[in-house]
Write a protein that binds this ligand. Structure first.
Ligand code: PEP
Length: 248
């Protein structure tokens, strides 16, 4: 069964102060939502505990990244098991900022997917093409290859722990959004690719991310293969984020 998810990726933004005011407002709004949206707040890991406390159970909490290993001498890393241990239901894996700024390869991302699944968290796997790749007509090819690589070890019941976010790199934090037709076309192609890989593609939740705002969310979420969004910048303003949650 497909879920409708709106996830807030705060990236490396925020403070105790911001968490208090933002989550305070968001919590009231989520409690009053009258649609089927499942809301996930993904703050920097240091704020997970306070965000959980402030949310008081009205939304799930996730982490922005997990390690490719289970435990050990990996200074600075946080494991999927630790995320699960503190009650995080979700882990973002393969965000384009991790791929570009921290050199994460598809092979490393596949390890992280495996760790998250073993720990029992839901993976939000990010995939997406660069502007050069889109202009060369390679968007579907690039995204399909990322899915094949990152999810190569997933099978059977494990698919239930995978959510995919299509995030064209050129649309992240730029104010440029894919048209709803272009985003829908890639989402449809992703379902075909997932199906080829043996995944229950029609039941999987596929999100769109990349400059989603209150004024474009409704049209994007109305597309038949777009089940929700991964929201960066707009998730830092309670009124904008809640308007996007209402657009489901
Ligand atoms: C993101 O960080 O995943 C994202 C989609 O950012 P933005 O909404 O700011 O483009």
């Amino acid at each position: 069964m497909r879920r409708r998810i709106v996830a807030a990726n705060w990236k490396m933004n925020g403070s105790q102060e911001l968490a208090k005011s933002l989550v305070g407002d968001v919590r009231k709004g989520i409690a009053a939502l009258d649609n089927e949206a499942e809301v996930v707040i993904i703050p920097p890991a240091l704020y997970v505990a306070s965000v959980q406390q402030l949310l008081d159970g009205v939304a799930q909490v996730g982490v922005q990244n997990i390690a490719a290993w289970e435990s050990g001498a990996y200074t600075g890393e946080i494991s999927g098991k630790m995320a699960a241990d503190v009650g995080c239901g979700y882990a973002v894996v393969g965000h384009s900022e991790r791929r570009q700024l921290f050199g994460e390869s598809d092979a490393v991302i596949a390890e992280k997917v495996g760790q998250g699944i073993a720990a029992g968290v839901q993976i939000i796997l990010c995939v997406g093409e660069t502007l050069t790749q889109r202009e060369a007509g390679l968007a579907v090819e690039v995204v399909s290859a990322q899915l094949r690589e990152a999810l190569k070890d997933v099978s059977g019941e494990q698919w239930k722990q995978v959510v995919v976010a299509y995030e064209p790199v050129w649309a992240i934090g730029t104010g440029k959004t894919a048209t709803s037709e272009d985003a829908q076309a890639v989402h449809q192609a992703m379902r075909s690719q997932l199906s080829e890989m043996g995944a229950p593609a029609q039941d999987m939740t596929l999100l769109y991310g990349g400059s989603v705002k209150p004024d474009n969310a409704k049209e994007l979420f109305a597309q038949p293969d777009i089940d929700g969004g991964l929201i960066g910048g707009a998730s830092l303003k309670a009124s904008d984020f809640l308007a996007i949650c209402k657009a489901i």
